[in-house]
Design a protein around this ligand. Structure first.
Ligand code: GLY
Ligand code: MN
Ligand code: MN
Length: 444
């Protein structure tokens, strides 16, 4: 019998991860870093949630199994060590293939690999005589406790001339900065994730009919994600008809879709760890009404202005401000608010209909890591960063609001890469203009 291989479509080329580990090794100097992956989590009884590795660990290894810890030992040349599960025929019969240290070392390009059961007995040696130890502080209580235990062991060796680390620092602060600027390998995966999600949204538009339930449309999205190999949605899909679109984190997805209502879908797949995040809003019956059209064109204009404000050197806040200006003026023009626009912006009156920010970093996490400010000022955008641009307009029923606007909820969200010269919209293939949407929905 040939040996079974992992069923999932994990990448097979780990050169990028080797480069990332080299860079982190340089950053920790003579220190030592411990980076555990995520634990498996029980759902109920003996059933687990679908396993998702830790994003920082994945970024540095591409190693998909639970019960694994990466150790980087700084210095020249430095060592990269993976602790992982041993091969275990019995467990592999029940749960599937395990790489085991020997194969993991070769395939994932680490210098050394050992059974995870050896970590506790080796950790004190790895930690001793290091000024600084790095790990994800406070992420897992049991890993904090293990680190403390290893520190005790190191300190017990003081009379043998061993010194203990003086400082413990959060390794995520270093990795977050690295993750903020995507490398070529990451961008290839992110573009593919964006393409799959774009197709899923187009399919949702093409198949939606009045009288369907929101979850039937959700099923079309999931169908497209999985048939292209995306492992999961990157976050709980929002499929929100009519007034449900005004609930920002609506995920119940079980209501009937009514003729004459809009449908807001915020959904994106996760492919090989990388998120996509797209929102589209379209009429359930395939044709925008006049008032829906006015509102939609406003959000689209706000998004267009915001996307144009994404460029290297611009402060992160610039594209939110660009969207706000357009939205605030539009709310006045639609008579939802009283002007002048400067006052609406100053008093934040617009928050009645637009209460969230216009986007976030995107990467392994849908709300990706990386600080939004540097030295107390908004971070300047730089090539290789990926962010979302997602203005919206949410009009709940209310006394001062003309009835025609009630329950209109619109958001338009794209994933945007900052380039040397401006930007590249990774999700540009998703139908977006009124003409495009109506054409797709008419079977075009
Ligand atoms: N889907 C999560 C977000 O748009 O931020
Ligand atoms: Mn979204
Ligand atoms: Mn988003």
């Amino acid at each position: 019998m040939t040996r079974s291989r992992p069923a999932r479509s994990t990448p097979t080329d780990f050169r990028a991860q080797i480069q990332r580990r080299k860079r982190l090794l340089r950053e920790i100097g003579d220190g030592v870093a411990f980076i555990p992956t995520a634990p498996e989590r029980l759902r109920n009884a003996d059933t687990h949630f679908p396993y998702r590795f830790d994003s920082h660990f994945w970024y540095l290894t591409g190693f998909p199994e639970p019960e694994a810890v990466l150790v980087l030992v700084g210095g020249k040349p430095g060592r990269t060590i993976l602790f992982c599960r041993e091969k275990d025929l019995e467990r592999e019969i029940w749960d599937g293939y395990r790489f085991g240290p020997k194969e993991a070392q070769k395939l994932f390009g680490v210098d050394e690999a050992y059974p995870i059961s050896k970590l506790d007995s080796m950790a004190a040696d790895l930690m001793g005589n290091r000024e600084q130890a790095w790990y994800p502080l406070g992420l897992h209580a049991d890993f904090d406790a293990r680190i403390t235990g290893w520190l005790k062991q190191v300190r017990a060796r003081v009379r043998q001339g061993v010194t203990a680390p003086a400082g413990f620092a959060d390794v995520r602060t270093l990795i977050d900065e690295m993750r903020l600027v995507k490398d070529r390998t990451e961008l290839r995966t992110m573009q593919r994730a964006a393409d799959i999600s774009a197709e899923a949204h187009a399919r949702a538009m093409a198949t939606t009919q009045p009288g369907q339930l929101e979850y039937e449309v959700e099923a079309e999205l999931l169908h497209t994600f999985r048939r292209h190999g995306a492992q999961a949605p990157a976050y709980a899909s929002i499929v929100a008809g009519g007034g449900n679109a005004c609930v920002l984190h609506y995920v119940t997805n079980n209501a009937v879709l009514h003729d004459g209502d809009l449908l807001l879908i915020d959904a994106g797949c996760e492919l090989d760890g990388y998120a996509s995040d797209i929102t589209r809003t379209f009429p359930v019956n395939g044709r925008f009404s006049a008032v829906q059209r006015d509102c939609y064109e406003l959000v689209l204009a706000a998004q267009d202005a915001a996307i144009k404000a994404v460029k290297p050197g611009a402060p992160f806040t610039a594209y939110h401000e660009a969207a706000l200006k357009v939205l605030a003026q539009g709310m006045i023009d639609l008579k939802l608010l009283k002007g002048p626009v400067a006052r609406v912006l100053e008093t934040r009156d617009y928050q009645r209909f637009y209460m969230h920010r216009t986007g976030h970093w995107l990467g392994l996490d849908v709300h990706d890591v990386g600080s939004y400010s540097v030295d107390g000022k908004p971070r300047r955008l730089a090539p290789g960063q990926v962010l979302t641009v997602e203005p919206g307009l949410y009009i709940r029923p209310g006394k001062e609001v003309p009835k025609a606007f009630w329950n209109i909820g619109i958001r338009i969200e794209d994933d945007v890469l900052v380039t040397e010269t401006g930007r590249d919209v990774l999700t540009a293939a998703t139908p977006k203009t009124i003409a495009e949407i109506e054409s797709v929905m008419a079977g075009g």
